[in-house]
Design a protein around this ligand. Sequence first.
Ligand code: PEP
Length: 267
Amino acid sequence: MIPRMRAVIVAGNWKMHTTPADAGELAATIARRTNEPDVVRVLCPPYVCLAAVRDALATEPAGRDVAVGAQDVHHEVAGAYTGEVSAPMLRGLATWTIVGHSERRRDAGETDALVNQKIQRALEAELRVILCVGEQLEDREAGRAGTVVRDQVLGSLGGHQSGSWLTIAYEPVWAIGTGRTARGVDAAEMAGVIRRTLGELGFAAGGEDIPVLYGGSVTGGSIDEFMAEPAIDGALVGGASLKPDEMAAIVDRAGLTAAARAAAATA
Ligand code: PEP
């Protein structure tokens, strides 16, 4: 039984792919191919493509329910930060943002404390947040995966106790862009760690109402393993989110789960 019917969400992280010239067409195609009302769909293109994606979705009938997200926000509102983009700048362009992606933790040295500040800025700008957490391979092999993820959740979300704005993506770093996926059962166990940690922070209902996604090389061929786990509420998709066929398959499978959960909730 899924408490209080958490949303089923499929979010696409386009990373550093697409240009303003082609992003709108890709977004409209994905919108048409994933027209599944029971699944919350979010597309996160590069900053420079946000306007093109927003406009293409607004003019595509199947695109009106597809949300636009950024891939990051800066931890300050404004200032001498060359090349950066702050949360208030996204107003009118995006309604969601990814925060704490492992590629930013790796490449930009982002810490949980910094991610915590970014989340605060995102909330002030009324953005919905997808917080990414996940362990390195050596952490998993050493049996530390749960501890690492718990620490990330505590550090990133300390100071918060409620979160209608919050979605958490469990993304084991060793599964991102590698073609390797976690096992569904392991992802579900980590979703349990995440929700227990939200409970420790004082989140209402022990975090049971916060959607937890799995991310890491998800495709149309692997999504079922994760959607079969009641603790998992969808996927954050990287590479496959640039492929309309893959997105169509992923959202289609997620839609079956959403419908089954809705039927179980009303039975
Ligand atoms: C991601 O970018 O969050 C991700 C999970 O990437 P991929 O699906 O390519 O592993």
